[in-house]
Ligand binder design. Structure first.
Ligand code: PRP
Length: 188
């Protein structure tokens, strides 16, 4: 069993339980399977945060899918704020020319990462391009992002778990929690 006790001590509150997340993932999987029935779907996950969501969502989808993984990082920002400058650390492995592409994200915050990615992927000539995000934090949005599949709208709190990190920790928690402010305001 994973020892997460000391990680859990840094959690102020559970925002979304494991059951709530799994129920939502199942619902999204059903919707996506129905919407894309009879079409070739490619899921493009944006590492690292979306790894658990991607792993669960792809198994909740019942139609044939291909998957591809990208890793991007924003640079010039801080540990809690993205800068809008996006660097591709890992590109697509295969062509998406003519594919129906669904981007799988863990969270949309300012929208700057996806704004960049959508433009980038559109340039690869997909048949269609849609967005699925588990979490949507609209209070922080700087650019408008059309979200086709949204798991949960969440308040403007610093969340960790189920892929989301602070300083690369907490990704392995099975729930989404609010981080105690002392953790990111006091020096390590
Ligand atoms: C997170 C998240 C999104 C992005 C959202 O990634 O996975 O990609 O931030 O923020 P935005 O809407 O303000 O652009 P992060 O850069 O923290 O990398 P990670 O997934 O590796 O943790």
């Amino acid at each position: 069993m994973t020892r997460t006790a000391d990680l859990i001590a840094d959690v102020a509150a559970v925002l979304l339980s494991e059951d709530q997340i799994q129920e939502k993932v199942a619902e999204l999987g059903r919707r996506i399977s129905a919407d894309y029935a009879g079409r070739e779907l490619t899921l493009v996950s944006v590492l690292k945060g979306s790894l658990p969501f991607m792993a669960d969502l792809m198994r909740a989808i019942t139609i044939p899918v291909q998957i591809d993984l990208m890793e991007v990082s924003s640079y010039g920002g801080t540990a809690t704020e993205s800068s809008g400058l996006v660097r591709i650390l890992k590109d697509l492995s295969s062509s998406i020319d003519g594919h129906h592409v669904l981007i799988v994200e863990d969270i949309i915050d300012t929208g700057l990462t996806l704004n960049y990615l959508v433009r980038y992927l559109r340039g690869k000539n997909p048949a269609s391009l849609r967005i699925c995000t588990l979490l949507d934090k609209p209070a922080r949005r700087l650019v408008e992002i059309p979200i086709d599949y949204r798991g949960f709208e969440i308040p403007d709190q610093f969340v960790i778990g189920y892929g989301l990190d602070y300083g690369e920790r907490y990704r392995n928690l099975r729930f989404v929690g609010v981080l105690r402010p002392e953790v990111y305001t006091s020096p390590a």
